[in-house]
Write a protein that binds this ligand. Structure first.
Ligand code: PMP
Length: 437
């Protein structure tokens, strides 16, 4: 299923806008007049959101929603520490990185300290897409190749270079494209990694036969748009070996799992691997646009000096102040451990629901990034039910969405400040909704 179709499962149907004769209808029509039908609004009845705090969001009528969808405000919506850091810095100085500034350099050091020692350089950017695009450029330069591999339902970003590596967008590959797509790893116990590594090696061989030199494999290390695939741990080890054997580089896209979501600071740590390049974004500034590429210095050193890897807003002091506050909160509030603890509680609760609701086929993931696969009586994907469940949960004031190749996997990724009591609220509501599905 294509990204657009998956989004449609979670989305408002713009054709119904003209029949909405309410304040909501007016707001929807106003949006459509400016953005057109290409923009997506969640839910059959879109929400006019007004503010948010911690794990809750509030609409213009003051209705409260428990947020299990938004992974960007990972230290909690409107965290006072981030608000204060951004406000202070924006009144002091906001500029590019061509002047020295303590906030920027302190952040770079603190962030790099969270990586294995081999990954020792940083290039700040504004979005995950920009970081991934840059990773491709560096991989091309270092390998002399142009061939990249991604998984069949991957999403890595919005730039022209990344569209081919984001097949979930549903755009066909050009006949002479240097990109190869491989099936995402499928749970096969101890064989999971070996099978995936064989697919990757075969794709590199296919490239070579077509005269294309391998440059890299890019994967989201929790495979979120492939339906959330975490197990068994370390299954990416043989895959990295296959990548290096082909003379290519391994790019870990940490935009989704990074900054503690999966119970470890970085998703790749689950696999006991050290990537060549790591990209990150989304939760890095708790909503302030900031992203980055972290890389082994010898790879960055291969980029000729005249090629400037600079973007005007990348790593500006306000972005770094936001990001520094996020790192401090993650550390001081113990959010990585919280993600592991509450995530495990939530997962256990979901497995208990699976025992009495045959609609649940599988519960996957790690920490606070979980996928609940919904299946029909023939054990096939139940995408229609996923939409019904997300709509019914919204009626009960709970936000989540659906993902995966068939759009039948409930995607659960609340802010990392999520607690047991919030998990209980969610599980109770899901139990009721599944009982009436
Ligand atoms: N990689 C992954 C795995 C993502 O989920 C996303 C965003 N959904 C991106 C890259 C692109 O990040 P951005 O939207 O900040 O460009």
């Amino acid at each position: 299923m294509k990204e657009k179709e998956i989004l449609a499962l979670n989305a408002f149907d713009p054709d119904s806008a003209s029949s909405m004769d309410t304040a909501l209808g007016t707001a929807v029509q106003r949006r459509l007049r400016s953005f057109g039908n290409a923009s997506v609004l969640f839910y059959q009845e879109p929400i006019r959101m007004a503010r948010a705090e911690g794990v809750y969001m509030f609409d213009v009528d003051g209705r409260r929603y428990l947020d299990l969808y938004n992974n960007v405000p990972s230290v909690g919506h409107s965290h006072p520490r981030v608000v204060e850091a951004v406000s202070r810095q924006v009144g002091l100085l906001n500029t590019h990185t061509r002047y020295l500034n303590d906030v920027v350099d302190t952040y770079a050091e603190r962030l790099l300290a969270t990586f294995p020692h081999e990954i020792d350089h940083l290039v700040p950017t504004c979005t995950g897409s920009e970081a991934n695009d840059l990773a491709l450029r560096i991989a091309r330069t270092c390998t002399g190749g142009t061939g990249f591999i991604a998984t069949e339902t991957a999403y890595h970003g919005v730039t022209s270079a990344l569209v081919d590596l984001s097949p979930s967008l549903g755009l066909p590959l050009a006949k002479d494209s240097p990109v190869r797509l491989v099936p995402p790893p499928r749970p096969a116990g101890d064989e999971t990694g070996a099978v995936f590594a064989r697919h990757v090696a075969a794709a590199f061989e296919d490239m070579k036969r077509a005269g294309i030199r391998p440059a890299g494999l890019i994967v989201d290390t929790i495979f979120s748009s492939d339906g959330v695939l975490a197990d068994p741990s370390e299954f990416l080890k043989p895959v990295v070996e296959a990548v290096h054997a082909a003379g290519a580089l391994f790019i870990a896209d940490e935009v989704q799992p990074g900054f503690g979501r999966c119970g470890q600071m970085w998703g790749f740590a689950r696999h006991s691997i050290v990537p060549d390049l790591v990209t990150m974004g989304k939760p890095m500034g708790n909503g302030f646009p900031v992203a980055a590429l972290a890389v082994r210095s010898q790879l960055l050193g291969a980029v000729p000096e005249e090629v400037e890897l600079f973007s005007t807003f990348g790593g500006n002091p306000v972005a770094c102040a936001a990001a520094l506050a996020v790192l401090a909160v993650v550390e001081e509030e113990g959010l990585v451990a919280n993600a592991a603890k509450v995530g495990s509680y939530l997962r256990h609760g979901l497995l208990t629901l699976a025992e009495r609701h045959p609609l649940i086929g599988d519960v996957r993931g790690e920490g606070l990034l979980l996928g609940v696969e919904l299946i029909d009586e023939a054990r096939g994907p139940a995408a229609g039910n996923a939409r019904k469940v997300t709509e019914a949960m919204r009626e009960r004031g709970i936000l989540l969405s659906a993902t995966g190749p068939a759009g039948n996997v409930l995607k659960i990724r609340p802010p990392l400040v999520f607690q047991h009591e919030h998990a209980d609220l969610f599980l109770l509501a899901l139990d009721e909704v599944l009982a009436s599905s």
